[in-house]
Design a protein around this ligand. Sequence first.
Ligand code: C2E
Ligand code: MG
Ligand code: MG
Ligand code: MG
Length: 297
Amino acid sequence: AAKAAGKNQAYVFTPRLRIEQAGRSSLTEGLRHAVARDELEVRYQPVVDLDSGEMLAVEALLRWHPVGGLVMPDRFIPVAEDTGLIIPIGAHVLQRACADARPWYERHGVAVHVNISGHQLRRPDVVDTVLEALHSSGLPGEALVLEITETALLATGRDEAAPAIAHLATLREHGIRAAIDDFGTGYSSLSYLRDLPVDIVKIDGAFTRIAAETGEEARRRRALAGAIVDLCASLDLTAVAEQVETQEEAEALRALGCPQGQGYLFGRPVPREEIDGLLDSATVASSVLRGTGGPRQ
Ligand code: C2E
Ligand code: MG
Ligand code: MG
Ligand code: MG
């Protein structure tokens, strides 16, 4: 038995290692063709006014459908970043999202948020890429928000952060707004918010989770969430709470004075047509407040 087990080990470990390596290189290979093969889908998740439930914006969230599968962005975005494929993929998302959002903005004033990675933002051609997406779609700059994580903006150190910050500043001159994504997970220095060219702060879901809990520890953490909300207000930054899943969380966030929220309570990331449907129905405000999000997707 020991001999068999020893033999098996070779089979257990070697192929798994190969599969993981193949996994990554076949992901890369597949991603290389994803745009041309039309395998990338942009879904949209509502961002709502926490008081009225009204949809104010949508966030574009990428899905990859290779033959016979669905791959989530947490899996393929890092590969796309490492291989440089994030550049054509990111440009594609911008084009798609701006084109989809134009009627939403024109008819309902609904803006679109697009995630961009640090690699994209550091490149000098990012300004042209973004302006081209606006130009070809006819979407005004005011309707576009670029989301960038604080780690992507700051973790690389001053020399690399400087161009990214400069590019954001240039884009803001065209009316485009910028959001810090997943705020509170990275450097968490409240003071730098004052110095960055941003308009919106998306507060990480960790702070939404604690907002409805009870107990002394929760009370302290809720105080921190409240401090972030207050700081945003005093700096004229719009706070958006991420990952709001329950009515209790929405109420706790409202009580802290957080103006906007996003999460499964209000709506899942859905295909473009479903946003059309939501916006056309007069009951959107009450339905999102009641939390009629569909199955997770
Ligand atoms: P993110 O920008 O922070 O996006 C929010 C994530 O939270 C999304 O995951 C969304 O589906 C999820 N979410 C929304 N509401 C809830 C909720 O109530 N509860 C929970 N547990 N989760 C919720 P998703 O779509 O898997 O995207 C993951 C990340 O991938 C994004 O995080 C973003 O960093 C990145 N990403 C997605 N699309 C793109 C893209 O086009 N370009 C780039 N560079 N990154 C992207
Ligand atoms: Mg985001
Ligand atoms: Mg986020
Ligand atoms: Mg995230």
